[in-house]
Structures are given as structure tokens and as C-alpha cells.
Design a protein around this ligand. Structure first.
Ligand code: SAH
Ligand code: SF4
Ligand code: F3S
Length: 460
């Protein structure tokens, strides 16, 4: 008889693509390892890493240092580093960290069981080979009760923005065959899932290089047509490749949520050009205006880098001004961080750290104001909420998201987790909303098994 399974603990840093990759790691290891959320009982400890900024990389290095103690206490425990720092550093990481057993890149996940077997025999393993196509994926098993799914539709990036390490650590861009994606989503919906987020570094260029060409919007249409899908999202969109067809989809596809993450990076043309982004501030603002015309309730979020080499106060004012014009509901903002191999790292005109910090503080003040204002606009109205779980702030409260992606906490029975409910927004806070379940309102959802049921019915 087989003994109990060993335990794997996976610590994930970085973007949603890494979150999806960690889920895949757990799945390919599932025959031998059961996941645990307690690192101290792990037989296999994996760290899925991010190399996007120096700070992200430092976090991994300090965690690795601190794990020496756990490894001494549990000498049989295998320690592995995967993801973008692993890809960037390879052998160097093994040399620098004596208690490390395996190093593997994002493209090596399917080979993980074999790597772990070799490491268990006492060998130190490095696998950072980059694939030349989207690797075939094993059929995914969905946990009962899973509400949201991250579905990777492409890997890599061909854009080579001058600041960005992703094309070096994730390789060239490859699209996943549409049939595989649609089957994966259909399986998830059949298991009771409600929300799907399609992932890629630049989803707008989806389909390039596939034997049967297909646009990203066509893929969205095929997925939107699947019975039982309540919410469809995607990330990330490159503004240069945001087509008129995709903009129009926001007015056409019922499941496509009224939220778009559209990283602008800077509001100054000179800087956008030095970043190799391929659009101007005017191009960006025009696309935003068109999106708002097609979908007036659209919530827009973005990413911004301050202190890119050569950025003047005037360039920075261009960014502040664009932020006001675009009226972002949410934004992630960062100080420029030079990355290995990238072109911008060689540029001479570095912006001093204190100037970067001061600009970031001014920008974040403005962004916080805009987010709070967007939250206040929602107060007093009823919104559809997908209940995701128990609130982190209080075990008495549930927490979920609006279609426009804002987080809302409200009181309600635990049975609502995984359901769509109508919630009246009662209070706006800087980073969240508080609501009350709207009385007499219910949302019924067609079961995947009953494709003839009405698409969507909200009764109040
Ligand atoms: N593929 C996405 C972004 C992926 S990285 C896109 O094209 O927009 C997520 C964000 O990290 C980027 O949008 C950018 O704002 C930020 N970022 C990337 N490299 C950076 C660097 N070297 N320094 C600071 N921020 C960076
Ligand atoms: Fe990086 Fe640019 Fe590719 Fe985004 S599009 S991953 S910022 S190179
Ligand atoms: Fe980080 Fe790699 Fe994602 S560098 S942002 S984890 S693709």
C-alpha cells in the first residue's frame, strides 16, 4: 500500500502569471506531493520568483538565506527556486546558495517531477531551457468550489520595452492553441466556476504564429459564448496593440467585465520613445476616450514608472497630467529599477534616488485621490458582487469584487461564497468598499449542465 503523500509548500512572488504557474507546479506534482500552507512541515519547498525590479529579487535572496535554518532542521527537505530569478541566474544561484537543490525556469514546470526525483537522489539540478512553442499542458483538474480561474493563453514577450527583463527571462512570445484554452475554460465552468482571467504579457498580440490565425477578440468571443460563464477578464494589454475590434468587444460581450488594465508607463512622448513602447500620449488618450465611449462604466487601471533615465520634471508633469485626464480608478506605480541585459540599464542619465522617491510620493498622492473619488462615486448604488471568501479584516464579513474590480466587504452568511449577489455600496474607503446585501435581490445563474437556461437573470 502507498504511504501518505509528502508535502509541498509553494511560495509565490510576482505577477498573476506566476500565480498560475504555481498552480501548475502543484498540479504536476500532485501524484507524489500534497500542497500545504505550513512551510515548517514541507518535504519540498518551492519558491516561484520575480525579477521585475531589484527589490523583488532581493526578497527572494533574503528568503533563501533565512531558509538555511529550516533546511538544517529538516535535512531531507528539498529546496527549489523556479520562475524569473531562477531563469536569470541559473547555475549562479546554485553556486551562491549551498543549501539549494534545484533551479528551474517557467518553461521547465512540466519536467518538475523528474527534477525532484533527481534532487532526491542527492543531485543538484538546473533546468532553464526555454521552449520554442507553447508547451502542451496536461488537462487541468479543478478543485470543487473553485470560483475564479487564471488561464494562461500565451507565454513570453517580443516587445523588448527598454526597461523590462521579461523577454529575457520568459523567452519569445508563443500563443497557446485556442482549442486547448476553450476546453480548459469549459471544464472549469462545468465544475461550477464563474470567473475566468486570461493571462499573457501582451494578450493583444494573441494568435500570431499559430497555424490557424485567430485574433484575441475572436478568442474572447468563443469563450464568452460558453454556457455558465459569468465574468471574463484579461491581463495584460499593450496600448499599442489595443485594436478597434477589441475596444468594440467591451460594448458587445456580456461576460466581459467593465475593467481594463492598460499600462501607460509614462505621460511624456520623449520617455515613451526611450522606453520603446510604440505609442504616444495622444494615441493612449484617444484609445481611452474610445473605450469610454463604447463602455461608459469602464474602470481603468494602469502601471506607471517614475524616474526612468533622463526623465525631467517636465516629463514627470506630463505623466501627472495624463493621469488626471485618463482618470484612472486604480494604478500601480514604481521607481525605475535597472535590470540586467536591458537597454535602459546602459543609459547614462540616471535620475537620483531621492528625486525618484519624491516624484513617486507626489504621483501616489494623486492616484490615491483618484481611487478614493472613484470609490465615492459608487456609494448608494447596487452592484453585482462575486463573493470570493471571508474578509481578511473580519471573520464576520464576506469579501468579493464588483465587475469593475473594486473590493467590497459586507455581512452575509458563508453559504454565499462562490455566489453572485447584489450589494448596495454603503461606505467608500481609500482602498476598499463596504456594502450591505441589497434586500429582495437575487441573481440566478444558469448551471453549466443546463445550457438552455437564460443567460443572466437579476431580480430585485
Ligand atoms: N506586460 C505588461 C507588464 C509586465 S511587468 C506590460 O506590457 O505592460 C509589470 C509592470 O512592472 C510594468 O507595467 C512596469 O510598470 C513595471 N516594471 C517593469 N520593469 C520595470 C523596471 N525595470 N523598473 C520599474 N518598474 C518596472
Ligand atoms: Fe515587459 Fe514590455 Fe513585454 Fe510588458 S510588453 S512584458 S513591459 S517587454
Ligand atoms: Fe515578475 Fe516574471 Fe511576472 S519578472 S512580473 S514574475 S513574468
Amino acid at each position: 500500500m502507498l504511504g501518505p503523500k509528502k508535502k509541498v509548500y509553494i511560495k509565490t512572488f510576482g505577477c498573476q502569471m506566476n500565480v498560475a504557474d504555481s498552480e501548475q507546479m502543484a498540479q504536476v506534482l500532485a501524484d507524489a506531493y500534497a500542497p500545504t500552507d505550513r512551510p515548517e512541515e514541507a518535504d519540498l519547498y518551492l519558491i516561484n520568483t520575480c525579477a521585475i525590479r531589484r527589490k523583488a529579487e532581493s526578497k527572494v535572496r533574503s528568503l533563501l538565506g533565512s531558509l538555511q535554518v529550516l533546511k538544517q532542521r529538516r535535512p531531507h527537505m528539498l529546496l527549489g527556486v523556479g520562475g524569473c530569478v531562477a531563469q536569470q541566474e541559473g547555475e549562479r544561484l546554485l553556486a551562491a546558495v549551498p543549501h539549494l537543490d534545484l533551479v528551474f525556469g517557467a518553461h521547465g514546470i512540466c519536467r518538475l517531477p523528474e527534477m525532484v526525483r533527481r534532487a532526491a537522489q542527492g543531485r543538484r539540478v538546473v533546468d532553464i531551457e526555454l521552449a520554442r512553442e507553447f508547451p502542451p499542458q496536461p488537462r487541468r483538474r479543478w478543485a470543487p468550489g473553485a470560483v475564479k480561474a487564471l488561464v494562461t493563453i500565451m507565454q513570453g514577450c517580443n516587445n523588448f520595452c527598454s526597461f523590462c527583463v521579461v523577454p529575457y527571462v520568459r523567452g519569445r512570445e508563443y500563443s497557446r492553441p485556442p482549442r486547448e484554452i476553450v476546453t480548459e475554460v469549459a471544464d472549469f465552468l462545468a465544475a461550477g466556476g464563474k470567473e475566468v482571467t486570461l493571462l499573457g504579457q501582451n494578450v493583444n498580440s494573441y494568435g500570431r504564429g499559430l497555424p490557424e490565425p485567430i485574433t484575441f477578440t475572436e478568442l474572447l468571443r468563443q469563450i464568452d459564448a460558453l454556457p455558465g460563464l459569468a465574468r471574463l477578464r484579461f491581463a495584460t494589454s499593450h496600448p499599442r496593440d489595443l485594436s478597434a475590434e477589441l475596444i468594440a468587444a467591451f460594448g458587445e460581450l456580456p461576460s466581459l467585465c467593465e475593467h481594463l488594465h492598460l499600462p501607460v508607463q509614462s505621460g511624456a512622448d520623449r520617455i515613451l520613445q526611450a522606453m520603446n513602447r510604440g505609442y504616444t500620449r495622444e494615441d493612449y488618450l484617444q484609445k481611452v476616450a474610445e473605450l469610454r465611449r463604447v463602455c461608459p462604466g469602464l474602470s481603468l487601471s494602469t502601471d506607471i514608472i517614475v524616474g526612468f533615465p533622463g526623465e525631467t520634471e517636465e516629463d514627470f508633469q506630463g505623466t501627472m497630467d495624463l493621469v488626471r485626464q485618463a482618470a484612472f480608478d486604480q494604478a500601480f506605480s514604481f521607481k525605475y529599477s535597472p535590470r540586467p541585459q536591458t537597454r535602459a540599464a546602459l543609459l547614462p542619465e540616471r535620475v537620483p534616488a531621492e528625486v525618484q522617491a519624491e516624484r513617486l510620493a507626489r504621483l501616489q498622492n494623486l492616484l490615491n485621490e483618484l481611487t478614493f473619488k472613484a470609490h465615492r462615486r459608487l456609494v448608494g448604488r447596487d452592484h453585482e458582487v462575486l463573493v470570493e471568501g471571508i474578509s481578511k479584516r473580519s471573520p464576520e464579513e464576506l469579501c468579493g469584487r464588483l465587475r469593475t474590480n473594486q473590493v467590497v466587504n459586507f455581512s452575509g452568511p458563508r453559504e454565499l461564497v462562490g455566489q453572485l449577489v447584489m450589494v448596495r455600496i454603503a461606505e467608500a474607503h481609500p482602498h476598499s468598499l463596504k456594502g450591505i446585501q441589497a434586500e429582495g435581490c437575487s441573481i440566478t445563474w444558469p448551471l453549466a449542465a443546463d445550457p438552455q437556461a437564460p443567460q443572466r437573470r437579476v431580480s430585485c
